[in-house]
Structures are given as C-alpha cells and as structure tokens.
Design a protein around this ligand. Structure first.
Ligand code: NDP
Length: 445
C-alpha cells in the first residue's frame, strides 16, 4: 500500500471507528483510483476522496413495535444518504440482526459507484434495521414495517431518496412499507422500487439482480471465447438473488449444483432444474423454511454449517452476504477448476480472497458491477412510474441486458492490464469518474 493510501485510510479509520466493513470497501476503491487521481490532480485538489467517503446525511432512529404477545419491541432504524451528485439517493433496505452503521455505510458507499456504472441518473444510499424477520408472523413484520416507515417517510420521496429491497426485504415488506408511506403522505408515488406488479412495480425487477449477474458472467466468459452453456455453477444463498441466478443459468444451458442459507448448503450434482427451483421458491418465499428441506425432498447431500465453495465448479455466484468467500475458500475454488466468479451479493469476497482470484487470473466480477442489474431495473421502475406507463417483460429484459453489457464495457475500458481485465479496477474507476466530475461541476457540496 502506498504512503498516500495508508495516510488516507488512517484518517478514515479514526473518523469511523470500528466500522470494519466500511473501511474494507473504502480501501478497495481508494487503492483502485489513487493512480488515476495522481494523473488527474484536480480530484485530489478538490478533496473528492475526503468528500465521497463522508455521507451527505446519516439518519438513525428508534423503531418501537408491538409483537403478537402484546410485548413492546424496540429496534434501531437507519438510512444513509451517501451521495446525490448524479441523482436522488437510491439503494435498498436490509433487515437482518447483524445490521449496524458500518455495514450500511459500506453498502451505501458501494452503491454510489454501482449506480454510476448503470448509466442511469441515481445517487447512492442504503438503510435498514437490526430487526430479524426470521420466525416473525406476517402481522409482526407489518407492525415493524409500519413503525419503521412512520419515521423514514419524512426523509424520502420520489425525487429525494428511493429505497428498495435487500436481505430480508422482498415483495411482502415493500408492500407494507409502501402502504404506510402512502397513508402518511396521501400520495401515490414511485417512492419505493420492487413494488407489486398491480401497484406500480416493474416486470423483471424480482429477477433483475440474478439475471444481471449471469449476463455479466456471460460477458466475462465471452472475452475468452467461452459461455455459460455446459458450465457447472455453485450458488450461495437461496433468496431473491440466488433464485433468479439459478433460473437464468438454467435458461442459458448451465447447471447449478448448490444453494445455501445461514444453516448450511445443499449439494445436488444432478442440477437444480426448473421444477426443483419452483420448490425452492415456494419453500423460501411462501413457507419461509430452511434449505435443508430441499435435501430431504430430493435425497441429496446437506452440508450442515458449510458454505458451497468446497464443491467442484466452473463458475461461482456468491449470492448471500458480505465476506462469505475468504482466502481459503478462494484457493479451494481455484484449485477445483473455477474460472469465473460473478458476485450477486455485495462484497462477498474478502480482500485476501480477491487477491487469490486475481493472481490466478480467473474472471472475477465484483458486486458493484456484476449485481448492478437489480438497481438498474429499479431505475427503470422509477422511469415507468414517472411516465405512468409499464413496459413489457421483453422490453425491460432487453434494457437490463444492454445495461449489463455496457457495465462490462466500462470495466474493460478502465480495467484492462495487458491481457488481463482487472474488473475491480475497471468498476471502481468507471464508477468514480462520473460522480467525481458531477461533484466538481456542482461546487463545494
Ligand atoms: P434475501 O434475503 O432474499 O436472501 C438472502 C440469502 O442469503 C438467504 O438465503 C440467507 O439465508 C442468506 N444469508 C443472509 N445473511 C447471511 C449470513 N450472514 N450468513 C449466511 N447466509 C446468509 O436477500 P437477497 O437475495 O436480496 O440478497 C442477497 C445478497 O445480494 C446481499 O448481499 C444483497 O446485498 C445483494 N444484492 C441484492 C439485490 C437485490 O435486488 N435484492 C441487489 C444487489 C445486491 P437465511 O435465510 O438463513 O438468512
């Protein structure tokens, strides 16, 4: 690490004590962009790095709600409004007991660059709560969401800040949040994305992150004259992103052999075909059960407490959570012949794991590029809401595909190092330049 980067990181760490995931995300971006900034000192003079790592606004609030036993519960709510240089704040809400300020700041920070890469006019934000939806009744989830929105509504709006889903926030939660917003504001507007199709949602939004990650993998493989067809793929998680990753891999002729949740991994060497995927969707989205039940139903292996990375594959799609691939997982993947990693999750690979992939010169697409399909279709949902029209499935999918191809091209433009494409560098510089230039144009903001 150069002295300049080290000095900068010391200040970030001192200012944001204990926020380790935020430090990790900032360090990755600063390492990528510093050589570019040194060649373009106007950014250093304008202190863009110092400004871009400081949220424009951080909102933290109390969320009290009544559980089914009539007992009062208290959670903490957050919204990080990170950067609005190129559009309204945009980014998901996460409901998970691990949620804290550092995790949401890392997610909001990454979102700024991701949204810039999409080519759409969206700033970056993220929010959520330490509420755990697991094991809660629909009524309890609704009570929580209504209380959460009773504070959040005064900070968001279709031209200010437009939240969406993330871990623990799917169609059910967006419905409850939207209902409460509408009630408080007396307005029907596109203030949240991921809405139901009958009330302002966009076709392909649920599919977008998973489909986009597979489109991105396909583009990476194309640079080596290869494709998803015939590839054995490992996928982690079994939520929104994982499910539609499997669907698109199947459509393109590949085979997914794993899925997981926080309890363990299923390994199905015959492949998770569309029928088995329908079972997973019912299990996870309706019954809200554990992935272990897949192993019981289809008689395949269940690896209790394990992640999928020890299984042999050609391509891996981490789609669960941050830092789920460490150095030894990465070594195992490379050793077993994995040639392509496309991140559906945000920051799923540790810095040491990334180094393993890059040293092995495999295709490695970081989350801020590979999973940008979700927010891209959220952006398209905002456009449809503004013109009060809805586009066809084919139209939205074609736009999503076009955006993923364009993100890949940006990565190639800024990340090519001889014969190797460093997608981390490409995504970070490509995402940074547009936001930094907008900040320069807008004066001291
Ligand atoms: P879901 O809540 O639908 O699914 C999350 C899945 O990951 C579940 O299977 C969950 O298991 C597992 N998981 C979550 N946390 C952990 C953990 N700490 N350890 C092990 N497993 C875990 O979320 P999404 O599919 O929406 O999100 C998955 C990832 O994709 C996240 O990193 C998110 O930020 C990212 N992402 C999502 C987008 C979207 O559009 N939804 C857009 C871009 C990125 P369990 O049920 O046991 O908790």
């Amino acid at each position: 690490m150069s002295n300049k980067i080290e000095a900068f990181m010391e200040k970030v760490k001192a200012k944001n004590t204990g926020e380790t995931e935020f430090h990790q995300a900032v360090q990755e971006v600063v390492e990528s962009v510093m050589p570019y900034l040194e060649k373009n000192p106007k950014y250093l003079k304008a202190k863009i790095l110092e400004r871009i790592t400081e949220p424009e606004r951080t909102i933290i609030f109390r969320v009290p709600w009544l559980d089914d036993k009539g007992e009062i519960q208290v959670n903490r709510g957050y919204r990080i409004e990170m950067n609005s240089a190129i559009g309204p704040y945009k980014g998901g809400l996460r409901l998970h007991p691990s949620v804290n300020l550092g995790i949401l700041k890392f997610l909001a920070f990454e979102q700024v660059f991701k949204n810039s890469l999409t080519t759409l006019p969206m700033g970056g934000g993220k929010g959520g709560s330490d509420f755990d939806p697991k094991g809660k009744s629909d009524n309890e989830v609704m009570k929580f969401c209504q209380s959460f929105m009773s504070e959040l509504f005064r900070h968001i709006g279709p031209d200010t800040d437009v939240p969406a889903g993330d871990i623990g926030v799917g169609g059910r939660e967006i419905g409850y949040l939207f209902g409460q917003y509408k009630r408080l504001r007396n307005e029907f507007t596109g203030v949240l994305t991921g809405k139901g199709l009958k009330w302002g949602g966009s076709l392909i939004r649920p599919e977008a992150t998973g489909y986009g990650a597979v489109y991105f993998a396909e583009e990476m493989l194309k640079t080596r004259g290869d494709s998803i067809k015939g590839k054995v793929c490992t996928v982690s998680g079994s939520g929104n992103v994982a499910q539609y990753t499997v669907e698109k891999v199947n459509q393109l002729g590949g085979k997914c052999v794993t899925l997981s949740d926080s309890n363990g991994t299923i390994y199905d060497p015959k492949g998770i075909d569309d029928k088995k995927l329908a079972f997973v969707m019912e299990l996870k989205n309706v019954k809200r059960g554990r992935i272990k039940e897949y192993a019981t139903k289809y008689g395949c292996k269940y690896l209790e407490g394990k992640r999928p990375w020890g299984m042999k594959c050609d391509a891996a799609f981490p789609s669960a959570t941050q830092n789920e691939i460490d150095k030894s997982d990465a070594k195992e993947l490379v050793k077993n012949g994995c040639i392509c990693v496309a991140e559906g999750a945000n920051m799923p690979t540790t810095p040491e794991g990334i180094e393993v992939f890059q040293n092995a010169k495999i295709l490695y697409g970081p989350g801020k590029a590979a999973n940008a399909g979700g927010v891209s279709v959220s952006g398209l949902e905002m456009s449809q809401n503004s013109e009060r029209l809805s586009w066809s499935r084919k139209e939205v999918d074609a736009k999503l595909h076009g955006i993923m191809v364009s993100i890949h091209q940006t990565c190639v433009k800024y990340g090519t190092e001889g014969k190797y494409i460093n997608y981390v560098k490409g995504a970070n510089i490509g995402g940074f330049v547009k936001v930094a230039d907008a900040m320069l144009d807008q004066g001291l903001v």
